[in-house]
Design a protein around this ligand. Structure first.
Ligand code: GTP
Ligand code: MG
Length: 483
């Protein structure tokens, strides 16, 4: 029982009982309505956001006696509408069996949710919000789907909202949020994934309003990194990035942390304890930074040794999934893990490559780049990426078969610039040539320059080696002449 005034009632926190994806709360909200008219906008919002069985407003006349009744309940997926509002002239003579009615309705919700269910994987809806170019937003959303899939989610729907400005509290508007919640009930979805980084308070507000697990693009990428990190340094780096992401959010999520942690978005490499409190988090952060600084020193020592050996260094860079590891394998006859997954490679791999005439070079493969690579990750991976500074030549691998290669290239150049590598020579490699029509490939090469190869079939790779050798040792020759 809650008492409000003629304008509004504040409902208490209803707890999280029964908050299964396709279930109602098991609560009906019965209001005495002093104002004329039926259900208000707020009443319908409560119906959706609180997943109430029904909202029932009984109009109270000036004599204090009950008059007309309006009530609303949610509708199953194929109904075409989100809710139905009904009314009758009086509370008396009401014979419907509410329990049967709600059980039936819930049955229809969970039947449609079950249809979509994939065993052992959490279902998600993707949410894109764009202020500008909807094409870019759609492409980014498609990429988010691949990220979600790599992280182990099943994507059942995606929504893109175009707005003039972001809603400070929840990023998207309240109406859209309601729509998403009903959709998630219809589909049995437990996770919303936002295609941008949410501020700590936005994250909290959306999670509190919807009772769904809320992830953003950054968390998803961090999660994939956490799953793929295998070296000690890589694991520490990911943990550092995760902690830096979570620290400002921990303060705002004292009780709701359970929704932030656990499952996807909450997996950490190694021994990360995600339920740690803020003080412990700060201690852990300091320790991680110290450990990483030490490992960074070792790395620098190794690098010096390599420099002493005076071997030229070639680093392979490029967008994630462009085929960098496959190319390294092809060029050096080795077997670095290459997979049709985003961020399959996290730890840099170094191989020696011997040309005829006893010329030797070092060739390294690194973590792939992506648009909007989270700042916390770039910072945490600094020592790994620092290796790129030693490179005499960068091989920029592009997926020639991707319709988005131009955008991928700009994302890669943006990261290279951020790392201060704009002066290192770059050789453009158009990979996956086997998947492109020869004429299209010719046009691409004529317009953009570079070398076409297929790391998979080996086509063009021998030529590429020759070009690399020339580029490196001709430079050597020039240096010798200059001295
Ligand atoms: N058709 C075709 N597929 C290729 C080629 N090169 C790589 N692939 C495939 O593309 C996918 C990604 O290859 P990887 O070598 O793992 O790509 P990567 O750039 O190292 O990716 P990350 O480490 O995840 O950033 C794999 O499924 C490869 O088999 C190619 O030349 N042709
Ligand atoms: Mg790789």
């Amino acid at each position: 029982m809650v008492v409000g005034d003629a304008h509004r009632v504040f409902l208490p926190d209803l707890g999280r009982d029964r908050a299964g994806a396709a279930r109602f709360r098991g609560l009906r909200l019965v209001l005495s309505n002093l104002a004329p008219g039926g259900l208000s906008e707020d009443d319908l919002t409560d119906l959706v956001l609180l997943r109430l069985d029904a909202v029932i407003a009984i109009r109270v006349g000036s004599d204090g006696l009950p008059e007309t009744v309006h009530w609303a309940h949610l509708l199953p997926p194929d109904a075409g509408d989100v809710w139905r509002v009904e009314s009758r002239p009086s509370v008396h003579g009401w014979t419907e069996d509410w329990n049967t009615f709600i059980t039936d309705l819930e049955g229809q919700f969970s039947a449609s949710a079950r249809l979509q269910k994939v065993e052992g994987r959490q279902a998600a809806i993707l949410v894109g919000i764009t202020l500008g170019d909807p094409r870019r937003a759609r492409r980014s959303l498609a990429e988010l789907e691949r990220l979600a899939d790599t992280a182990g989610l099943v994507v059942l729907d995606a929504a893109l909202q175009r707005r003039r400005k972001l809603d400070g509290r929840t990023c998207i508007g309240k109406g859209k949020l309601q729509e998403l919640l009903v959709r998630s009930m219809h589909l049995g979805v437990e996770v919303l994934v936002f295609d941008r980084e949410l501020s700590p308070s936005q994250l909290r507000n959306i999670a509190t309003l919807t009772d769904l697990k809320v992830l953003d693009r950054t968390q998803l990428i961090l999660d994939i990194f956490a799953q793929h990190a295998s070296s000690r340094e890589g694991r520490l780096q990911v943990e550092l990035a995760q902690l830096r992401y979570r620290m400002p959010r921990l303060a705002l999520m004292p009780t709701a942390m359970s929704r932030l942690t656990g499952g996807i978005g909450g997996r950490g490499p190694g021994e990360t304890r995600l339920e740690i409190n803020r003080r412990r988090a700060q201690e852990r952060l300091t320790r991680l930074e110290r450990q990483l600084a030490k490992l960074g020193k070792n790395r620098a020592t190794r690098r010096k040794r390599r420099q002493k050996a005076n071997l030229p260094i070639v680093s392979i860079v490029g967008y994630t999934n462009a085929g960098k590891s496959t190319l390294l394998n092809r060029l050096t006859n080795s077997e670095v893990l290459a997979e049709n997954k985003l961020f399959a490679t996290l730890d840099p791999t170094t191989r020696r490559l011997r040309f005829p005439e006893e010329r030797e070079i070092i060739i390294t493969d690194t973590v792939g780049f992506i648009e909007d690579l989270p700042q916390t990750l770039v910072a945490a991976f600094e020592s790994t990426l620092e290796e790129l500074r030693e490179a005499d030549l960068l091989l920029h691998v592009l997926d020639a078969s991707s319709p988005h290669h131009a955008d991928h290239a700009s994302a890669v150049f943006a990261v290279l610039e951020r790392l201060g590598l704009e002066n290192t020579p770059v050789m453009t490699i158009w990979n996956k040539a086997d998947r492109v029509e020869p004429e299209a490939l010719q046009m691409l090469l004529a317009a953009e320059g570079g070398h076409a190869v297929s790391a998979l079939t080996g086509e063009g790779c021998a030529d590429l080696l020759g070009t690399i050798e020339q580029a490196l040792f001709r430079a050597d020759l020039q240096r010798a002449v200059a001295q």
